[in-house]
Design a protein. Structure first.
Length: 382
């Protein structure tokens, strides 16, 4: 063989070997890369689908501080019951019921929870298109707090005194006016002062800035739990015949499926709270660790938060009504009574058809879950 032929042969052999090597490498990549690319695409598609299936919901609550006193909203968030309904719920503190009403009417929230009295006043006086779709607190839980050694014994003794409120836009103001009028206390004989929420309010009571403080049950419980020597003036009998906080939507959202979904989550929370309120306190601490005591076994901290929570549970009447009660149900008679009371005490100057205040369309769907399963979950919770 000539040197020229030998060189050609070696060159051909080299090219064949190089081609085989490249083929092997290319083949390896073709086996691995498509598998990896498909996996990434599937994950992305799954994430996008999950996001698409979740409905974003803004729930405004008529308070400046979402604390242990709002377990019907915080517990479903912690337990994943909103998520099970396909809802991505954001809780918005609305400062007061009056402010929360305006936030809902302005379209800055999808659904709201606030005082029924405040909503009724807005409906009558401002033609606000509001509908109660789920009563949360099934009694009016407002109280007048005074110092234990105060000479004030009942509402009639408040003439000429200074009365404090969390905020002059809260639902406690029309409530107080109703109590004044039924006790023959001229409204203009009382000096009304906004003193805020929590400890600062009870300090105002303690140092004489105000002679009484009108607040709701769970905040009154906070004052007791923090060592203030206070007592509540006698409640009016009619307070048990009224709704207080309710879940509201605007009329143009009455056909929204979020009503049934949020209401069902609220009903689950009510059953859980009726069964094991102690567990709900600790769940809140896990949910909001910045609100929890440094020592999880701090008995004083637990008792304080437990009083706040059970004050709300009492207003929901979850501690007295049957566990399978139709939570979220409402009736014409109660709304008629509430309107009559506002009218007779001069809070409204005309009566409307009581059906304008509420909508019962979703009532049957609120209890569309296994009550026994929630009871068992609550009983087993440690």
């Amino acid at each position: 063989m000539s040197k020229r032929l030998l060189s050609i042969f070696i060159l051909i052999l080299f090219l064949l070997l190089l081609s085989a090597c490249n083929s092997s490498t290319s083949g390896g990549e073709s086996q691995e890369e498509p598998q990896d690319n498909t996996s990434v695409e599937e994950v992305k598609e799954g994430e996008e689908k999950a996001v698409e299936e979740m409905t974003s919901v803004k729930l405004v609550i008529g308070t400046a501080d979402i604390n242990q006193g709002y377990p019907w909203a915080t517990l479903p968030l912690a337990m994943g019951w909103f998520e099970e309904e396909g809802l991505d719920v954001t809780l918005i503190p609305g400062e007061s019921s009056g402010a929360a009403v305006q936030i809902l009417l302005a379209g800055q929230a999808d659904i709201g929870a606030f005082s029924s009295n405040t909503a009724m006043l807005a409906t009558v006086n401002e033609d606000a298109p509001l509908k109660s779709v789920y009563p949360i607190a099934r009694r009016n839980g407002n109280v007048f707090a005074v110092l234990d050694d105060s000479p004030i014994q009942d509402i009639s003794d408040l003439k000429g005194t200074k009365v404090g409120f969390p905020d002059l836009g809260t639902s406690q103001v029309p409530f107080a006016h109703a109590r004044f009028q039924e006790s023959d206390v001229p409204i203009d004989s009382v000096e009304e002062i906004g003193v805020g929420y929590g400890v600062q309010a009870f300090e105002a009571l303690n140092n004489g800035t105000v002679d009484s403080y009108v607040t709701f049950s769970s905040l009154y419980a906070l004052g007791n739990a923090n060592g203030y020597d206070i007592r509540a003036l006698p409640r009016a009998d009619w307070q048990n015949d009224m709704f207080d906080y309710s879940l509201y939507v605007t009329e143009d959202n009455l056909d929204s499926d979020i009503i049934a979904k949020v209401g069902r989550a609220f009903a689950k929370a009510t059953v859980f709270l009726a069964t094991n309120p102690e567990a709900a306190v600790k769940i809140f601490w896990e949910q909001y660790p910045e609100r929890a005591p440094i020592d999880p076994n701090d008995e004083a901290a637990f008792n304080s938060d437990f009083e706040i929570l059970t004050g709300q549970v009492g207003d929901m009447r979850a501690d007295e009504l049957p566990i399978d009660f139709p939570w979220g149900s409402q009736d014409m008679e109660t709304w008629e009574f509430m309107q009559d009371f506002l009218y007779e005490t001069g809070m409204i100057d005309e009566k409307l058809d009581p059906s304008i205040y509420f909508d019962n369309s979703n009532e049957a769907e609120f209890l569309d879950f296994e009550v026994a399963e929630i009871v068992k979950l609550a009983e087993d919770w440690e």
